[in-house]
Design a protein around this ligand. Sequence first.
Ligand code: ATP
Ligand code: MG
Length: 655
Amino acid sequence: MGDGGATQRESLEALLQEARLFRPAPEFSKNANAGDAEIYARAAKDLEGFWADEAKRLDWIEPWKKVLEWDAPWAEWFVGGKLNVAANCVDRHAASARRNKAAIIWEGEPGDTRVLTFGMLQREVNRFANGLKSLGVKKGERVAIYMGMIPELAITMLACAKIGAPHSVVFGGFSAESLRERINDAQAKVLITADGAWRRGNVVPLKANADAALEGTPSIEKVVVVDRVGKQANATMKAGRDVTWDELVKDASDKCAAEPMDAEDMLYILYTSGTTGKPKGVVHTTAGYLVGVSTTHHYIFDVKENDVYWCTADIGWVTGHSYIVYGPLANGCTSLMYEGSPDYPDRGRFWSVVSKYGVNIFYTAPTAIRTFMRWGREWPARYDLSSLRLLGTVGEPINPEAWIWYHENIGRQRCPIVDTWWQTETGMVLMSPLPGLVPTKPGSATRPFPGVEADVVDEKGRTVPPGAGGYLVLTKPWPAMFRTIYGDPERYVRQYWSRYEGKYFTGDGAKRDEDSYFWLLGRVDDVMNVAGHRISTYEVESALVDHDSVAEAAVIGKTDAIKGQAIASFVTLKEGTLPSDALKRELREHVAARIGSIARPDEIFFTSELPKTRSAKIMRRLLRDIAEGRLLGDTTTLADSAVVGKLKQQYEEEG
Ligand code: ATP
Ligand code: MG
């Protein structure tokens, strides 16, 4: 046993030694939206001035009187300003030279397509906004949305914004029970859904799920149903309550005045992914949010007027809200939406979409990249990906090996990668390289966005030295920050703002290296304590993924009488690789060689699948329950609850 801090630094060095540095290509830098390195100093010197300048990218009905009112933890941004989000995302572009430019390019899973220009989108949004009004929806009343990835989803959100009714989008993969809980928490008045959704050629019975949910939702008065799938969905309509989308908009006018909204009026509620526990209803407001997402979208994704931008997230998550709908459309950008799964009809689907539409900017998640790695490089190799100019990732720390694979096989060594760290609560990306400006290191989200200030602190809130791990906190307010937890302001204060006075507690572990680059180490709850050494699950996972046979790994600390915690790892192998005891030994030594013997996993357990949330994040807390022989904790946000049950059984049989 030794000094915990020293070992932590040793393990850090092991990881950083291999960190290659990728400098921006001069031809990219020359035209980059974030061309001027001065941006960081400017924002640091005058935070409010910086955001006031950026806020000019929006159209305001009335100008703000004060940029920021900060009485920690309560923030108001652009105080006194009035604007409308839909007017900014749609109307002003429809009234400009962009009228006939594609706003949304949609590709359905079965191969059907739809393109909505800004002019067409405006008509659809207005018609549906009028439809909502005819159902009695008023400013401030909540609208629940439960749909697959179809254009009507974006249209509904924008129609809500147009009339000032906050929406609460519930991911279409959620069960009836999860939908019911969220509807009741938000006290939604109407529900917008579809008969069904396509997923891998099968029908997800959205309407049937919604009907089950609605048995216990007294606040819901009306339900609107989009006809997406048709007969196969077996959807039934309840007289007096349900109306089809087409009926509702049939005679609706395509003109609708935008409701002037106060800067701080609520735009939406969105429940977090539930990786760490019960989801929280995160509240986002109007002006600060739109300024935040449009500004970050502009600089981080470097979008140019004629680019096609594709974020593969589901709109049911914050990434889809901020970077499929609001950020891109506020900037007048063409945003691509794909309905289905990446392996339908085959594993080349994403790359076929990229080449079909000439996608220039592509934003996805590490879990997807690791899946592509597992499928093999031959899939992307078959397609022309030469239109790609910039790649992004979000959702989990990206293992350096996955970063390099992405860089080589998708970016073909040409495209900068932006590793964007943020949360549902933060509303906008808070940490990411600015492409063209900031050199990247695989696995590091590099540095905070201009104007954002982050620190890595210890238990007592003291800044830790470079190389040491600690808790990531944010020390200044930012415009798109959430304003509260819906119906539970006390939780807002307790969970996020009470640990360190005046600082936002992210719940994530991080470290800063000698160049002040940030490395996200996963959730604080996931950091292990092995014989007095604090070891990050992310580092051990990255060392495992670094091995040629490994596709994905989840590492946890398992209670151990001697060491405090032992390192248990759950590993999925690349296709064509067979599990064996020899491979287990090899992997243990591989980790020891990469990080140090202290990090050598005590247990390796091969599995064909890992338990993940519906937003595809590894759920380590359930693996801890399995490894420690406990009953499983909350499983309602799991993508596939069968995976964890099977895993528990196998683990108990083998162990
Ligand atoms: P819950 O808060 O309900 O447990 P969640 O935290 O998974 O769920 P999200 O808000 O969707 O819900 O995810 C934010 C979290 O995702 C971050 O706190 C961080 O742990 C992780 N994350 C997102 N992007 C990155 C990234 N680029 N690098 C590292 N971690 C990331
Ligand atoms: Mg979280």
